[in-house]
Structure formats: C-alpha cells, structure tokens
Design a protein around this ligand. Structure first.
Ligand code: NHR
Ligand code: GAR
Length: 213
C-alpha cells in the first residue's frame, strides 16, 4: 500500500501542486490550510483531494489551534505531515506528536536565514549563493535534520521577486525528490543527520568541486 501524507499550506500552494503532479508513490489523503482563501485549496479540490480549513484566528492560543489542527490531520492517519508554505509556527507538543513524521521546505540554505523574508535577508547579507532546504521539523525552528538542499546564484540586479522565483523552481524539484526517497524507505536518521540509502549524499544538483591546485 502507498504511504499516506497530509499536506499543510497557507497560500498559493505551488509546492503542493508540484508534489501532486510528480507521480509519487504516495497517497495525498488531504490538504489542510490555516487560511480559508488559500488558492492551493481549490487546486487540490479540483483533483478530488479532500480539503479542510483550520483558521488560527478562531483560537485564542497557539496550543488550541495546534490541537484542532492535529485533530483534523489525524482523521486521515498520515504517515507523514508535509509543510508546503505553511506559515504558522507549531508548538512543541504538536512537533512531538509527529516526531520524525513532519517535514518542511524552507526557502534558504539552512542554517542561514531561518524565519521569514529569507530572500530579503539573503539580498541584505550580500550572499552570492542562496537556495532552499528540505528538513524534518524539530522544536527548534528551521533547525531540524536536513534531507536535501539546492543552490542558486544571486545575480546582479536581483530583487526579492526574481530571487524567490529562481529558488521556487528548485523547491519544486527537491521537495518531490525528498518525498520519493521517503516513500521508498530510503531516508535513515543517523544521530541528527539524514542519510539516503545509508550514505551522506548530496543530490542538490551541484557538481563535484574542482580539485584545488
Ligand atoms: N514549527 C516548528 N516548530 N519548527 C519549524 O521548523 C517550523 C514550524 C512551523 C513552520 C515553516 C517555517 C519556514 O520554513 C515552519 C517550520 C512560519 C514562521 C513564522 O514566523 C516561521 C518559520 C516558518 C513558518 N510565522 C508567524 C507565526 O507567528 C506568522 C507569519 C504569518 O502568518 O504570515 O507563526 O520558514
Ligand atoms: C515557498 O517558497 C516556501 O518555501 C515558503 O513559502 C513559499 C510557499 O509557496 N515557505 C516559507 O516561507 C515558510 N515560512 P507555495 O505556497 O507556492 O508552495
């Protein structure tokens, strides 16, 4: 039987769409958003995938919201919960409930630029290389074990819009790849490091380094 995932979104849902169109050996049981107007919900519904909204504004505490979200997710008994542009920080209780079953894509090369507005942070820092990271979620925000990363150049004249679009194209590739490895049972935890097929591999699309003279 195909393993089951639930995808959490807050908005556009382009990563969700990339996952849905990647022909992965995975059943997407539901897509859940904290924003009722997330455009990704329509796209999922159009593909016959159950959708739900758990609006964080209807709850007075984060813990209450997280409990309702957990309840909505667990109706589908997923083996993995996939954050795809989900914009609410999750409480330690929620993270503990999904230990090793909660995965996120973050639009920077972690541990650089955790938090919000990563492309603005990258431009302000003047880095020449930027990118995205798929990682398992722990209760240390944006610091969980890394599964895969992809790098893009920062170019002269870049704006947040240009840079985020360049990164987003890579996000769509590496998130599907990471989920395929997961579905195929190829991801293994070695302490706080994720190995693929038992090896520390770098599949992020980088070529091997030039030999040093
Ligand atoms: N939760 C935990 N515990 N750990 C992580 O690593 C998480 C997480 C929840 C979401 C995604 C994340 C990202 O990839 C993510 C990782 C939202 C915020 C944030 O500050 C920060 C990081 C991430 C997602 N959210 C504001 C909040 O108060 C709200 C912002 C908004 O609604 O627009 O929750 O970057
Ligand atoms: C993506 O770039 C994702 O990495 C980022 O939001 C965008 C969502 O786009 N996630 C975060 O910033 C999490 N804080 P999408 O809805 O089109 O997938």
């Amino acid at each position: 039987m195909k393993p089951t995932i639930v995808i959490l979104i807050s908005g556009r849902g382009s990563n969700m769409a990339a996952i849905l169109s990647a022909s992965l050996p995975i059943k997407v049981a539901a897509v859940i958003s904290n924003q009722a107007d997330a455009t990704g919900l329509e796209l999922a519904a159009a593909q016959g995938i159950p959708t739900a909204v758990v609006d964080h504004r209807a709850f007075s505490t984060r813990e209450d919201f997280d409990a309702a979200l957990q309840n909505a997710i667990d109706q589908f008994s997923p083996q993995l919960v996939v954050l795809a542009g989900f914009m609410r920080i999750l409480s330690p209780q929620f993270v503990a409930h999904y230990e090793k079953r909660l995965i996120n894509i973050h639009p920077s090369l972690l541990p650089a630029f955790p938090g919000l507005h990563t492309h603005r942070q990258a431009l302000a820092a003047g880095v020449r290389i930027h990118g995205c990271t798929v990682h398992f979620v722990t209760d240390r925000l944006d610091h969980g074990p890394i599964v895969v990363q992809a790098a893009v150049p920062v170019l002269q004249g870049d704006t947040e819009a240009l840079l985020s679009a360049r990164v987003l194209r890579r996000e769509h590739v590496i998130y599907s790849r990471a989920l395929r490895w997961w579905a195929e049972g190829r991801l293994h935890w070695q302490e706080d490091c994720i190995h693929v097929d038992g090896e520390f591999q770098n599949f992020g699309g980088l070529s091997a380094p030039e030999p040093v003279a």
